[in-house]
Write a protein that binds this ligand. Sequence first.
Ligand SMILES: Nc1nc2c(ncn2[C@@H]2O[C@H](COP(=O)(O)OP(=O)(O)OP(=O)(O)O)[C@@H](O)[C@H]2O)c(=O)[nH]1
Ligand SMILES: [Mg+2]
Length: 278
Amino acid sequence: MALNCGIVGLPNVGKSTIFSAVTSAPAEAANYPFCTIDPNIGIVAVPDHRLDEIARLIPSKKITPATVEFVDIAGLVKGASQGEGLGNRFLASIREVGVIAHVVRCFDNPDIVHVANKIDPASDIETINIELALADLETVQKRYDKIAKLSRISKEQQKENEKVLPIYERLIKCLEDGVPARTLGLDEDESALVYDLHLITLKPVIYVCNVDEDGITNDNEYVKTVRAIAEKENAPVVVICGKIESEIAALDTAEERQEFLEASGLTESGLNPLIRAA
Ligand SMILES: Nc1nc2c(ncn2[C@@H]2O[C@H](COP(=O)(O)OP(=O)(O)OP(=O)(O)O)[C@@H](O)[C@H]2O)c(=O)[nH]1
Ligand SMILES: [Mg+2]
């Protein structure tokens, strides 16, 4: 099965625009929050010049690149874990993916609605992280209560509990503060013990800064803020201009796309680093 990457973020930040450009699959993108309701799914080949080089040197009937499946998920808002906005049923879509691409709005444009009425990447990231942490908190707390309540258990189960309950306690403490579980830095054994909870905030995240045309070649202040947050989490950052990428994706030929890229001051599509990071 291909690795899959869920695109999450606040409503109207450009998730579907980026999804459509990445996957060349049509997804409705419009200037109003909660445009996307059902998740859109698309599969893309991972651009890898090494594969092109090998294919050139060793002629082969069939060349099969690695693929990534992208899932465009509905926008999350403050209170989503408690049913606000489109509510918590979308959390299920996020639970199913392997990697999260967190799209953050990093451009000014009074015409494009922002659900909080101001452009503030740090606050936007915090809002999403808190909702995802609260969703995970519910999952861990439920499991913890269930196990802690068991009265007659086997010796084996007892041993297992002694190992897992302290990890659940650490998770609960972290998630209660609205902090993603990945920041706990669980080791391999600990991660294996909690794997079956499928925690959203334990999944690796890529921060995707959606910038305007001027923001692709030079980091703007918003992007700098995102980079600082990502660095603390050891997460990669990809800077993309959703608007340009959707225009490029709409062009018919590779030559036209290359010309457009060069005219925009780019050497390759900003989508490639995203696909590779995923
Ligand atoms: N200026 C500018 N507008 C953009 C950019 N990316 C997206 N938009 C516009 O922002 C609006 C929202 O884009 P969508 O891709 O629908 O946003 P979304 O995050 O999928 O929104 P929901 O599905 O409602 O959560 C659309 O009108 C896009 O054309 C960008 O890089 N620059
Ligand atoms: Mg959308």
